[in-house]
Ligand binder design. Structure first.
Ligand SMILES: Cc1cc2nc3c(=O)[nH]c(=O)nc-3n(C[C@H](O)[C@H](O)[C@H](O)COP(=O)(O)OP(=O)(O)OC[C@H]3O[C@@H](n4cnc5c(N)ncnc54)[C@H](O)[C@@H]3O)c2cc1C
Length: 635
């Protein structure tokens, strides 16, 4: 018996895996297909619609869309039809960068960007026109804007600024308080310049200011302004302070000189302050932040050496010690590979025991022990060690990049009603992001723990909607209109199913080290981008079957290159929710299931080639595009 799944009402939407995986539901398929068709302006507007940080995401987004891209799961077979491997996902992030470089903040001023978004009519692109909608929604009376009430936001990271962006569009006057001299949180203070140019950040922030958000830098809540004052003077407060403090490991020898937090080190580099690093640096951590730290040290070292020329010919050694083995390391494979090219040595599968210091207090090295297991059977972090297997790594500086924690000490004055479920982490209503204190919301890393920049953006936007509801007493409700368009002349690019993923090229390792700010990743050329975009399976288009016309010839199943179609007797299907309803509505109750058939489609394998449509002699199959438009309305 076969177990089947009956498509639900939102089936078509669910099929667009890239859009579903994106925390702000960017219609990645929409902009990738627009790039394939050479419509770059349209592609940018689709990408920018729901995401105030589209250009930044084009450079550094963790790209959950790519991880779920259906093309990445399609089996590749050899000439004999034997499974070789799965295909690779579409390079969605690199495509976003391509289109932002020519039509985003990199190429245009704030006014031009905003004008484009105001005039943007999404057509059939998808439901990612959110910003354009917010702008039009006011003029079309779909929701009543706020009346310029002031909302305080603590922290100008992606969560705080996304909240400010949407609050401005909803009719508020958002004021962002930032303790650092520059805005953008970890994007400016953590992510190294060799991955994200500072000018792109500034330009993206300028658009948010142009919408009416005020950003007050060098303004620390708890020191320059009290939390109590914010609550008294603003209609609502959003706390979006991220997790800024490097977590200490509590190792013997840890407190003292030459031991630094990883994010503290990155911050000092970002601000042009120099921390006194030695020549033999050990970085503790196995994630992307540890690599940002180690690769920044390598660059600083190479730069210093070049500046000192013959006077100081020695280079530094940088070693990265992780609990995880190479296969288990949470860092992206690309980070590990590029780090290796730049000379970072890995000591994988070892845990720190103690930082040893000499008589004068100077660091002499790190004692480590073999880690035999990092995660338990339920994949929970639960490291175990072989206490007998120890070694000593010589070194004069230790940087710890093993997690971060928030600092909420400012709550002491005026925020004691913000309850915390564990120190530093407030209790929060997951639907509204409101804390236990009326009118106090949280967003970003503080709300969900350290994740990706795009998660922080989504969270900031959600907090903005909740503030709207709290302050105005009106709710904003998304109403999605779904349309189906029959595509009579549907055609794909020739040979699109055979095209291999176009890899982005990178600067040679020696070139990277000559300038700490030299961008490692290059942008796709127009030709590369269009070729890569043409690989997209366009999951918003799907073959639909008209059972009343089908003559059960089986031609569609025979011609399907991925064997995703099957015609089977109804009697071979295991009863499942919704199946009898469909059978009864089609043929009436009490039929002999042996006499009737069903066409089964494996959605994971279908590559939307439309060969089944061409082959069908009874015109029983058509390609259909689904399009969504979401309008936010007051209810
Ligand atoms: C080194 C590093 C590299 C990363 N790389 C990537 C990447 O490549 N891709 C990706 O998707 N994600 C990446 N991330 C994750 C991403 O940057 C974060 O998830 C995101 O920045 C969190 O946003 P946020 O707004 O919640 O907090 P933050 O970005 O941390 O912003 C919080 C802001 O609040 C300010 N603040 C704190 N306390 C106060 C106070 N008392 N008064 C005033 N202001 C205050 C801080 O100065 C800061 O500017 C990286 C993170 C780090 C640390």
């Amino acid at each position: 018996m076969l177990q089947v799944e009956i498509p639900k009402d939102n089936h078509h939407k669910e099929l667009i895996a890239c859009q579903r995986a994106c925390p702000v539901h960017t219609d990645a398929r929409g902009y990738v297909r627009a790039i394939a068709q050479g419509d770059f302006e349209q592609a940018y507007l689709i990408a920018r619609g729901p995401n105030p940080f589209a250009s930044i995401c084009g450079r550094i987004c963790g790209a959950p869309c790519e991880a779920s891209c259906r093309r990445g799961h399609i089996p590749r077979t050899d000439q004999d039809g034997c499974f070789v491997t799965t295909d690779r996902p579409i390079a969605i992030r690199a495509l976003k960068r391509f289109v932002c470089e020519s039509h985003g903040v990199e190429a245009k001023g704030s006014d031009e960007i905003l004008q484009g978004l105001r005039e943007y009519l999404p057509g059939v692109a998808g439901d990612a026109e959110e910003m354009a909608f917010l702008l039009r929604g006011v003029s079309r009376g779909m929701f009543v804007p706020a009346e310029g009430e002031r909302v305080a936001i603590i922290g100008s990271g992606p969560a705080g600024l996304s909240a400010a962006h949407d609050l401005a569009l909803l009719g508020f006057k958002p004021v962002v308080f930032e303790m650092e001299p520059v805005a953008a949180g970890m994007l400016a203070m953590g992510v190294p310049e060799y991955r994200l140019p500072r000018e792109v950040i500034q330009r993206e922030v300028s658009v948010i200011e142009a919408l009416g958000a005020e950003i007050r830098c060098n303004s620390r809540i708890g020191a320059d302004v009290t939390f109590r004052t914010l609550r008294e003077e603003f209609a609502a407060v959003i706390i979006a302070v991220g997790a800024k403090r490097s977590r200490s490991l509590g190792l013997p020898g840890e407190p003292g000189p030459a031991v630094f937090g990883g994010v503290d080190f990155l911050r000092s580099v970002a601000l042009g302050e120099s921390l006194a690093l030695g020549s033999d640096v050990i970085v503790i951590g196995g994630g992307n932040v540890a690599y940002d730290v180690a690769r920044t040290v390598v660059r600083q070292a190479a730069y210093d050496t070049a500046r000192m020329a013959a006077r100081l010919p020695g280079t530094r050694r940088v070693r990265l010690v992780s609990l995880e083995t190479l296969e288990e390391m949470p860092a992206d494979t690309l980070e590990i590979l590029e780090g290796e090219q730049e000379g970072i040595e890995r000591v994988s599968g070892w845990g720190p025991v103690a930082i040893r210091r000499g008589d004068g207090g100077e660091v002499s090295g790190l004692e480590i022990k073999r880690c035999v297991r990092v995660y338990d059977d339920q994949r929970r972090f639960s490291p175990q060690f072989d206490e007998e297997d120890k070694q000593f790594l010589e070194g004069d500086t230790v940087l710890i990049a093993a997690g971060q924690a928030p600092d909420l000490s400012f709550l002491e004055d005026g925020g004691t009603d913000v309850e915390q479920f564990r120190p530093g982490w407030p209790k929060v209503d997951p639907a509204t992001l409101m804390t236990t204190a009326q009118g106090v919301f949280i967003a970003g890393d503080l709300a969900h723990g350290t994740r990706l920049l795009i998660d922080a953006v989504a969270s900031g936007k959600r907090a903005a909607r909740s503030v709207y509801q709290f302050v105005t007493g009106r709710t904003l409700h998304p109403e999605t209109l779904t349309g189906f368009i029959r595509l009579d002349r549907y055609q794909r690019e020739l040979g699109y199913e055979r095209i291999r993923r176009v890899e982005t090229s990178t600067l040679e390792a020696e070139e990277r080290l000559k300038d700490p700010k030299a961008l490692v990743e290059k942008c796709l050329s127009e030709q590369e981008a269009m070729r890569e975009a043409s690989r997209c399976l366009d999951c918003g288009v799907t073959p639909v079957f008209d059972g009343s016309r089908c003559i059960l010839c089986g031609g569609c199943a025979d011609v399907c290159p991925t064997l995703c179609l099957k015609i089977v007797p109804l009697s071979s299907l295991r009863e499942t929710e919704g199946l009898s309803d469909i059978v009864n509505s089609q043929w009436g109750e009490g039929i002999d299931l042996q006499d009737h058939s069903a066409i089964l489609k494996d959605e994971d394998r279908c590559i939307r080639c439309a060969l089944c449509v061409d082959r069908c002699p009874a015109d029983a199959i058509a390609m259909e595009r689904v399009s969504f438009q979401t309008e936010w309305r007051n209810v």
